[in-house]
Design a protein around this ligand. Structure first.
Ligand SMILES: [Zn+2]
Ligand SMILES: [Zn+2]
Length: 130
């Protein structure tokens, strides 16, 4: 049986399912992720074929750079998804998964861009890029 993880935004206007095993979470400290989330952004990832939006009433995609787009809930502001152009995968904010995730944090990326007001936990790898 395929494992299914459900997730949602704060207000419930965006709901989704991830149908299959998930990648461990990766915490990104780049400037864009810090701006969009208000801190750093940690995401799991799934092949886009396993990514199913089940409620899109609040879903809003926007171009976040020349090479990628992001999605958030336009009703409550939750930062939800990220897709790199030409890559058949979707990054999903791990914090938007409902209930227990069973995931761990595999690594921190773009740590050279991190904010000066916090330290990164010891344990997971820390990479200057990705
Ligand atoms: Zn919402
Ligand atoms: Zn980032």
């Amino acid at each position: 049986m395929t494992e299914v993880h459900k997730g949602s935004c704060c207000c419930g206007a965006v709901q989704y399912e991830l149908r299959g095993a998930l990648r461990p979470s990766v915490a990104c400290h780049c400037t864009q992720c810090r701006k969009t989330s208000g801190h750093y952004w940690s995401a799991t990832q799934t092949p886009s074929k396993d990514f199913v939006v089940t409620k899109d009433a609040g879903l809003k995609w926007f171009r976040s750079s020349d090479t990628a787009r992001r999605a958030f809930c336009k009703d409550c502001g939750s930062s939800m998804f990220w897709q790199l152009d030409g890559e058949d995968a979707t990054s999903v904010a791990t914090g938007t998964l409902d209930g227990e995730t069973g995931l761990t944090t595999d690594r921190h990326i773009f740590v050279a861009d991190k904010g000066d007001y916090y330290e990164i936990e010891t344990g997971p790898r820390q990479l200057d890029q990705y």
